[in-house]
Design a protein around this ligand. Structure first.
Ligand SMILES: Cc1cc2nc3c(=O)[nH]c(=O)nc-3n(C[C@H](O)[C@H](O)[C@H](O)COP(=O)(O)OP(=O)(O)OC[C@H]3O[C@@H](n4cnc5c(N)ncnc54)[C@H](O)[C@@H]3O)c2cc1C
Length: 448
């Protein structure tokens, strides 16, 4: 029995069914989860359209006359809904083709081996041998301001965009915050970003963060660094965001991007004897097992890396474990080797050991960095921004990590991610016969 039809839940359901389990999956909103409905898919769809607008500003250097596209909000909304519906239908079809029973409703535990589901047709009791909690998270809301879904928004209120904000203040400069800054700026909004530290993307490669900050500044984004928003005043035509250092910024809209909270309240986990930590997340071991040996947790609710990609692989690992495959062929998930990307302009992606982390651990590393400007493809694409950085072991050449800033960074990082996971060396990358001309040549140069 699986609660939650996001990437963790639906992957676990598909694999467990394929391995011969009888599976029921309960979902209260949409099969595909928050990932499809509000998070990864709509945000990246809007960013892709915004990217087309930015690209139109660069075509002047490519032998074409510059042109300024106008946004057709109706067709943009149709595009977002079309992609979301397509993905929901595909996922539903895959699940049902494997024999998974999908129950639409809200589940809560009633005992260690049963849940009660509130469905449109009434209450239904489902008994199970094993369960997976994959209920995800929702946006964190500060205790000093209640979003109104009109001018004071969470990230979930931004789709579909009924109107584009003329001006927007984004509060929070982590991955979600900077992606929203980039998205609104691409569509021509006047954007301000409240950054509580001295650098956007705290914890990420400072060189990558600096390139992003420069890009934001060049697009007129105001960065309020070292400031914490403490108050928002709303009027008929806008909002004023006030910060703890006395600064304030006026805009038509404000968006909170200050993290998330787990969807564990309302599940009555205590009835199943499942423990949560102080933040409400469900602690798990390396097999995603909770303190109850027959109940698993996966995806964002497990408090590990909040990434759709990680949730999917966790779901698959749960299916393998519950069906007893872990004794045959099972690799533990190494969260330190998860690749991640930030879909800004330029894109930023990283994987494995970071330079700062290596210094903090006193670990000897070799860092090699190559700017994309040295590759013909970057010049052909008229976008030579960014670099590839590879971190390797100086004694063995084994690739330990890397970061990429620039066009297609989210795709290119896969090469370094594979090397990190498979313990490949820089020589393995150098000796791969790569395509020319391609941005991947910068990878080979950095490896060399
Ligand atoms: C704006 C934004 C953009 C993002 N972009 C990316 C990205 O580009 N790439 C990436 O890898 N990650 C991205 N993420 C993170 C990604 O969305 C999450 O890591 C992913 O959704 C986690 O999947 P999940 O299966 O844990 O949960 P979810 O996708 O949150 O699904 C959980 C499901 O459980 C259901 N549920 C909850 N409680 C109950 C209940 N009691 N009964 C029945 N059903 C219930 C919910 O309705 C929901 O559908 C983004 C996040 C945000 C906020």
């Amino acid at each position: 029995m699986i609660i939650g039809g996001g990437p963790a839940g639906n992957q676990a359901a598909t694999y467990a069914a394929r391995l011969g389990a009888e599976v029921v999956m309960i979902e209260r909103d949409v099969v595909g989860g928050a990932a499809h409905l509000w998070d990864c898919i709509p945000s990246k769809t809007m960013i892709a359209t915004g990217g087309a607008i930015s690209f139109s500003h660069r075509i002047g250097g490519m032998g074409l006359a510059e042109t300024t596209p106008t946004v057709d909000i109706e067709s943009l909304n149709r595009r977002i809904s079309g992609i979301k519906d397509h993905m929901r239908d595909d996922t539903t079809e895959l699940l049902t083709s494997q024999g998974v029973e999908i129950v639409l409703g809200t589940a809560r535990f009633t005992s260690p081996h049963s849940v009660s589901v509130a469905t449109a047709e009434g209450e239904r009791v489902i008994k199970f041998d094993s369960a997976l909690v994959a209920t995800g998270t929702r946006p964190r809301i500060p205790d000093w301001c209640q979003p109104d879904g009109d001018r004071i928004l969470t990230t979930r209120d931004c789709y579909p965009p009924r109107v584009f904000p003329e001006s927007v203040t984004v509060i929070g400069s982590g991955v979600t915050g900077v992606e929203f800054v980039h998205m609104f700026a691409s569509f021509g909004a006047d954007v301000s970003l409240v950054v509580s530290r001295q650098q956007v993307l705290p914890g990420k490669d400072p060189e990558a963060a600096a390139i992003l900050e420069d890009n934001f500044l060049s697009r007129g984004v105001r960065l309020l660094k070292g400031a914490r928003a403490t108050e928002i005043e709303r009027s008929d035509d806008g909002v004023v965001v006030r910060c703890d250092d006395g600064r304030q910024v006026r805009s038509t809209h404000a968006v909170f991007a200050i993290g998330s909270v787990p969807n564990t309240d309302g599940l009555d986990l205590a009835a199943a004897g499942v423990e949560v930590d102080g933040g409400g997340y469900i602690p798990i071991n390396h097999h995603c097992v909770t303190n109850q040996s027959h109940i698993y947790a996966a995806g964002d609710v497990s408090g590990k890396l909040p990434l759709s990609s990680v949730a999917s692989v966790q779901g698959r690992k749960v299916a393998e474990h519950v069906m007893g495959l872990h004794t045959v062929e099972h690799r533990h998930l190494d969260y330190d080797k998860a690749a991640s990307a930030i879909f800004t302009e330029p894109e930023i992606a990283d994987v494995g050991l970071a330079e700062a982390e290596a210094f903090a651990l006193g670990r000897k590393i070799r860092v090699t960095k190559v700017p994309f400007a040295t590759t013909p493809k970057a010049l052909i694409n008229n976008d030579p921004r960014g670099f590839v950085k590879i971190i390797s072991d100086p004694a063995t050449g084994v690739v330990l990590g890397g970061s990429i800033v620039g066009q297609h960074a989210a795709e290119l990082i896969s090469v370094i991610a594979l090397a990190v996971t498979a313990n490949l060396t820089v020589t393995d990358i150098v000796e791969s016969l790569l395509v020319h001309p391609a941005l991947a040549e910068a990878l080979a140069q950095a490896a060399e």
